[in-house]
Write a protein that binds this ligand. Structure first.
Ligand SMILES: [Zn+2]
Ligand SMILES: [Zn+2]
Length: 538
């Protein structure tokens, strides 16, 4: 069978993989690219498949970098089912519509700007209405249930411990009379994360997709991280200052509510105003409360003791813009939790504008900040940042607390992999920045002697080659699409190279560019590949 890596490779966003068995085609995840114009252009690119030809989409979890392009596909004619857990479906209902609204606002803004520049009309990738309509394609399944998807293809969703409803997906396919098992780790959580259950342990598999977001570092323990947060809050209280926490609307926000709630209930923190300033986070919290069957034992215990783990005495939910603005007029010390988690959009930008320049304020970064985002620039120590056309000085205390991450660290990932027993397991490392994925690939290969690699965007692979070899000659030949003989491929290569030269020349004239070292490195790799090929032919 064949696979094509359509996203979430050598980057953390845009997760999507096309799988093809005989004439059956399906996707695992269908995520949106985020983090800069270049990357986001991929959201618009023509896909290597027709949406109507896809039989189904298996969705690991609701985060937009995994689900964000589903409404676009439905709009383009996808008529199959999106298979996911019930909580994922519930979360997608609010998250995809929110994403549709963001796309609409973005297009409106582009149009206002474009009109002045005499440009053509910008259209949204999809609208909130498209998102709402796409929900009818969702088919919830239970954790642990084996679902027959087509002749010779079945799947099962297991706990991934990342966010509510998140899943590791196991897929079994019949290939040449043998059954093979493919595993997608999805985004893997930590073992001591609150609210959701721990990731399931798997022992069997022939091919594995392994995420690598934090494949290069170790988180501090949860206990230490909570203590750090409490210290920051106490300091803010003593200076009558505010603590601003950019948090992903799903899971990170609820994790912070849970942690602050526990601390206030136990007396470790005095009661303090906690503002949840994100309509999406408020809706997501409601969905959490409606899906207690996804909670871990500890959270269930709090529930059965008559307390709500997602309530804090004095918590203030702000839905309207007016309420949101009023927060910064409140002279009391307080904690503001707002989205987006990477500071690229949403209300958090207003709070950052209000607090980044204040020496007494605290900004607490608890989630992953992708390359190219405002959050990443703040973490990397920018002295000033631009917000709403204004240059804002960064004088506030900036803290990074890795222990609240919804992703396993290096040790967590390696521990999880260590249970897989098949010595011939093939591992694709995905969902990580290039350098980090490469590092983890080497570690997994050294430690477990599995065959590992870090695929490129749009790279195609054939799985289970041994099985395919036994097939008649013609079928193996299919690997080269018949419409693309060598001469066509070489011509295309020539043209791409010429275009690239022209682009590089233009970029050189423009002067400084932060992307340049990465381009040089990639060009170096291409050159090396070509030389290797040349040698092979000698
Ligand atoms: Zn995720
Ligand atoms: Zn992700």
């Amino acid at each position: 069978m064949r696979v094509e890596f359509l996203g979430g490779v050598r980057t953390v966003t845009g997760s999507a993989t096309l799988l093809e068995k005989d004439s059956l085609k399906w996707l695992v995840d269908c995520g949106m690219f985020q983090g800069g114009k270049e990357l986001e252009k991929r959201n618009w690119k023509i896909q290597p498949y027709q949406a109507k030809d896809l039989l189904f989409i298996l969705l690991t979890h609701a985060h937009i970098d995994h689900s964000g392009l589903i409404p676009k596909l439905v709009k383009e004619g996808f008529r199959g089912k999106v298979i996911c857990t019930k909580a994922t479906r519930d979360l997608c209902e609010v998250m995809l519509q929110d994403s549709g609204r963001i796309q609409e606002t973005e297009a409106e803004w582009q149009n206002r700007k474009g009109k002045r520049a005499g440009k053509g009309e910008a259209v949204p990738l999809y609208t909130a209405k498209d998102a709402e309509e796409s929900l009818r394609t969702f088919q919830p399944v239970s954790y642990g249930e084996i679902v027959q998807l087509a002749e010779g293809v079945k799947a099962r969703f297991q706990d991934a411990g990342h966010i509510l409803g998140s899943a590791i997906i196991e897929i079994w396919v019949q290939e040449g009379g043998e059954e093979k098992k493919i595993v997608f780790s999805g985004d893997l959580g930590n073992f001591d994360q609150p609210i959701v259950r721990d990731p399931s342990i798997l022992e069997e598999g022939d091919v594995l997709w392994l995420e690598s977001t934090y494949g290069d570092r170790l988180h501090k323990s949860r206990e230490e991280t909570v203590q750090e947060l409490l210290k920051i809050v106490q300091e803010a209280i003593s200076h009558r200052a505010k603590v601003v926490i950019p948090a992903f609307a799903v899971e990170r926000t609820q994790d912070i509510i849970y942690t602050l709630g526990q601390s206030i209930r136990s007396g470790a923190l005095p009661p303090i105003p906690v503002y949840i300033d994100s309509p999406l986070a408020i809706s997501a919290t409601e969905i959490f409360k409606k899906n207690p069957d996804c909670f871990d034992r500890e959270t269930q215990k709090i529930l059965s003791g008559g307390e709500n783990p997602l309530e804090i005495p004095g918590i203030l939910y702000t839905r309207t813009t007016e309420e949101s603005k009023a927060i910064n007029e409140d002279p009391r010390p307080g904690i503001i939790v707002s989205a987006s988690g990477m500071c690229d959009s949403g209300r958090i930008r207003h709070h950052l504008k209000h607090h980044l320049w204040r020496e007494e304020s605290h900004i607490v970064i608890i989630g992953y900040q992708a390359e190219g985002t405002l959050g990443r620039r703040i973490v990397d120590g920018a002295k000033t940042v631009r917000l709403f056309g204004e240059e804002i000085a960064v004088k506030a205390h900036i803290h990074t607390l890795g222990g609240f991450s919804a992703h396993a660290d290096q040790k967590g990932l390696l521990d999880w992999v260590s249970h897989l027993r098949n010595p011939r397991l093939e591992v694709f490392i995905n969902h990580g920045e290039e350098k980090i994925s490469m590092g983890l690939s080497q570690l997994v290969s050294e430690r477990f002697h599995f065959k590992t690699s870090v695929p490129q965007w749009r790279e195609k692979r054939v799985l289970f080659r041994e099985v395919e070899k036994e097939m008649p000659e013609e079928e193996v030949k299919e690997e080269f699409p018949p419409e693309e003989p060598l001469s066509v491929l070489l011509n295309r290569l020539d043209r791409t190279y010429k275009r690239l030269r022209r682009k590089l020349k233009r970029e050189k004239k423009k002067g400084e560019d932060a992307d340049r070292p990465r381009w040089w490195r990639q060009l170096g790799e291409v050159h090396q590949k070509l030389e290797e090929l040349e040698k092979e032919m000698e």
